[in-house]
Design a protein around this ligand. Structure first.
Ligand SMILES: [Zn+2]
Length: 273
């Protein structure tokens, strides 16, 4: 299946096709989007609302991929893949650098990652090229205004990212599934115990979404140990605590050579009504 047959122009909603040169995507109304050398396409429509948000900068993408290579979050990805099963056309909305998308692609006909950061999309596309995953594609796009046709997706995954409920309903086939992942109650408790004198558990919500039937809730939880100051620092920069922690408290974590912590993700599986 050509991934381009699933796309629509982010400017006018028209059908898009690869140009003869293969260097751009062109819509029926002649809006044109360059295919970057790395293989991703920037489909953030210029001038449209919300598209000025550039998403994660390059350093953040690099830090995340350094950490994810440690394998510490493989268990989250394994849990997600169990829930996905055979994913058909699987769309990862807010995919970051594509770690979960790439692993989901192993059991999907086609996997497409969208992220507001073109650096993240670039990283995902380069990895897909390196691993030879020809069914895996990345685009920079606004997940609240996806460049996808109506009713084209079997599965939408949405991890640690804003939930674009209406847009997910639009792109899913009838009966298609949405899998939302959010930080669980004890997620990163070990990290917080190093950082803070009185660490609190995370607040979690019991998610329900209009237009969807909730099929199940599943918590994936385990303890992991990560070694190496640079990896621990990269991990910290991915968390919300990075922005809220004093220098003094952060230094306690930076001094650690190993870090052991709970990792916990709440998954919610929905079916489009
Ligand atoms: Zn167009």
């Amino acid at each position: 299946m050509s991934v381009f047959a699933l796309l629509r122009c982010p400017v006018c909603g028209g059908c898009v096709a690869l140009s003869e040169s293969g260097k751009s995507l062109v819509c029926e109304n002649r809006h044109s989007f360059d295919v970057a050398a790395a293989g991703y396409v920037n489909l953030l429509a210029p001038g449209k609302k919300n598209n000025a948000v550039a998403g994660d900068p390059k350093e953040m993408v690099r830090a995340r991929s350094l950490f994810l290579a440690s394998g510490a979050y493989d268990g989250i990805s394994d849990g997600l893949n169990r829930l996905i099963g055979e994913g058909g056309v699987c769309v990862d909305c807010g995919c970051g650098e594509g770690f979960y998308t790439a692993r989901a692609a192993e059991q999907c006909e086609v996997a497409i990652g969208f992220d507001a950061s073109k650096h993240a999309a670039e990283h995902g596309a380069k990895s897909a090229r390196r691993t030879g995953q020809t069914n895996l594609h990345f685009f920079a796009a606004n997940i609240f205004d996806l460049p996808l046709k109506d009713g084209c997706a079997d599965t939408v995954i949405n991890l640690f990212a804003p939930v674009a409920r209406e847009e997910f309903l639009r792109i899913l086939k009838p009966g298609g599934r949405l899998i939302v992942g959010a930080a669980g109650r004890r997620h990163l408790m070990g990290m917080k115990q190093v950082l803070y004198d009185t660490p609190y558990e995370n607040e979690t919500n019991d998610l329900s979404l209009e237009g969807f039937e909730r099929l199940r809730r599943e918590t994936v939880s385990y303890v992991t140990t990560v070694t190496g100051k640079d990896v621990i620092r990269a991990w910290f920069t991915m968390t919300p605590y990075y922005f809220r922690t004093s220098r003094e408290d952060s230094d306690k974590l930076y001094a650690c050579d190993t870090l052991t912590t709970e990792v916990e993700t709440d998954f919610f599986v929905f079916r489009k009504k």
